[in-house]
Write a protein that binds this ligand. Structure first.
Ligand SMILES: Nc1nc2c(ncn2[C@@H]2O[C@H](COP(=O)(O)OP(=O)(O)OP(=O)(O)O)[C@@H](O)[C@H]2O)c(=O)[nH]1
Ligand SMILES: [Mg+2]
Length: 213
């Protein structure tokens, strides 16, 4: 019986307020973009399946954190159970780029004793004329901090799929190589879900039966 998903990865999305974290997640999970987006209060939850290889799916549990300082004590508690994350800044907001090191330090401190795979996202790349951070300097920072770098736009649907799938693939490779292991009392990686076998055609069409993902 084929598994619905072979692994579940829990990912966290971090970065300053207004860089577009919630919009990025909404584009990735619902395929939508709205010009008006309320600041996140505490933490929001999204989920999506990603096909990593033909027939092999990974379930992503996605934690969207508030960038505002006043929610920091809540958002900090979500690092520990995350195997990976997107660290997002806004290419038109230099201050959000200057905060990247602080976000990285914050993540590293609170993920202990586990490790987290982070990828840097230069967001709102649709706003070319207002750019305050060059691709080169962002790439340099990412390299120095051991992260991959990608530029994306939730608005124009540029590299949104790629941001999540590249990160998911990198984590998948580490899991396959045994460099990240499933552990009790840690929600970062869970192993697969195999659906119950349905024995009769009558059972199969019963109303209200839902895939649990
Ligand atoms: N031009 C452009 N604007 C965007 C893009 N993504 C988000 N925005 C705008 O940026 C603003 C903030 O977006 P949010 O997704 O709410 O930002 P956030 O990072 O979740 O903010 P917090 O929840 O406070 O941490 C909204 O007005 C969005 O319309 C994008 O790709 N391009
Ligand atoms: Mg938000």
């Amino acid at each position: 019986m084929e598994a619905i998903w072979i692994y579940q990865f829990r990912l966290i999305i971090i970065g300053d307020s207004t860089v577009g974290k919630s919009c990025l997640l909404r584009r990735f999970t619902e395929g939508k973009f709205a010009d008006f987006s309320d600041p996140t209060v505490g933490v929001d939850f999204f989920a999506r399946l990603v096909e990593i290889e033909p027939g092999k799916r990974i379930k992503l549990q996605l934690w969207d954190t508030a960038g505002q300082e006043r929610f920091r004590s809540i958002t900090r508690s979500y690092y520990r159970n995350s195997v990976g994350g997107l660290l997002v800044f806004d290419v038109t907001n230099r201050r959000s780029f200057q905060q990247v090191k602080n976000w990285l330090d914050e993540a590293k401190m609170h993920v202990q004793p586990f490790q987290i795979v982070l990828m840097l996202v230069g967001h709102k790349c649709d706003l070319g004329l207002q750019r305050q951070v060059t691709r080169e300097e962002a790439e340099k920072l990412a390299l120095a901090c051991g992260m991959k770098y990608i530029e994306a736009s939730a608005k124009d649907a540029i590299n949104v799929e790629e941001s999540f799938t590249i990160l998911t693939r990198d984590i998948y490779e580490l899991v396959k190589r045994g460099e990240i292991n499933i552990q009790e009392n840690w929600e970062g990686v869970k192993s697969g879900f195999i659906p119950n076998v349905v024995h009769s055609s009558e059972e199969a069409v019963k109303p209200g039966r839902r895939c649990p993902c």
